[in-house]
Design a protein around this ligand. Sequence first.
Ligand code: GDP
Ligand code: MN
Length: 398
Amino acid sequence: MDLHEYQGKEILNSFGVRIQRGIVATTGEEAVEAAKKLTEETGTGWHVIKAQVHAGGRGKGGGVKLAKNLQEVEDIANQIIGMNLVTPQTSKEGKKVNQVLVTEDVYYPGDNEPEEYYMSVLLNRSTGKNMIMYSTEGGMDIETVADETPDLIFTEEIDPAVGLMPFQARKIAFNLGLSGAAFKDMTKFVQSLYKAFDKSDSSLFEINPVLKTSDDKIMAVDAKVSLDDSALFRHKDYAEMRDEREENPVEVEARKAGLNYVALDGNVGCMVNGAGLAMATMDLIKQAGGEPANFLDVGGTADAKRVEEAFRLILKDEKVEAILVNIFGGIVRCDRVAQGIVDAYKNMGDEINVPIIVRLQGTNADKAKELIDGASGLNVESAVQFKEAADKVHKVLS
Ligand code: GDP
Ligand code: MN
């Protein structure tokens, strides 16, 4: 589950990470009130108005702007709230902005120039360890840094059983070229950031930029946070941070139905039980010259009701030209799934307007095939072998 910047910053703050402070507003008037309050609390003269959407690159798209007085706070907030923000990370249509974060300006002049760094904490799946990735090249696209100057990206691996060692935090501060108060503050920043990542059961914390202010304070100016959905049950307060307006509507519906669905760009809908088989099925579709339209794991209890629900979800995607059902009957019996498909056809009628290729293997597969082949008026082809299913998908697409 992805969070907004302001929610990510709340979590960081609760673990003692210094953040650029801000208050959320949904209207120009609220933005002015927020700005006044921030001036009282922080002494800031200028403010930054930041669009809150689940996408990075907001600055480039005009979603992050500096306001030098209260009139500008109001005008900029009014302009950003309600706009469709297009950034390098959104679709062409962009994302509607429902709220802005009014923040203190932390790029104030002083003894030194402010400096921007990049830092993220994530799981390195190939080593099974957590990893802090960091760079002196903050504020810009990390993908660009990785392409053009990969030697400027450092990584530090952390054994989750041991946790982050103090020497590792010092090494990071050193590699970022810091000294004196900034060095000390960075080691503290890194340690609290890692703690926030660890204790919140997150899969990603990306802070870009981490700022060294002109008076040598280290703080998070931005926060991109993804929480691990599977751990949300033990973080009820974080679970409430979900903003469904930012999510794919079909995925929202699928979650409510208890189905594991991820929307993709292709033309072949998939209904599969088990995540491993679902991935193998997606590979199969590619081999057959198609592109998967979704990942959908209907789970171990693929009964008639779930099968019908799954069809409805898949068919909401207009790009779908065919559906491949690939179910292994272990706990669930194939004939029951087949009955589910026949029933879904009965109930949904014309709504199912694309060909369906069904492969049911395992318990009672023969009966299932008989059921499918025997039912009249269905645009369904059954297959026994994996390869046969792929060929049939290929045939209906060409
Ligand atoms: P992103 O574009 O979605 O990554 O949004 P960020 O939160 O990273 O902000 C984009 C850019 O706005 C930053 O890289 C900074 O250059 C700039 N910015 C953010 N906060 C301030 C601030 O307090 N003062 C000034 N002058 N610029 C800021
Ligand atoms: Mn950023």
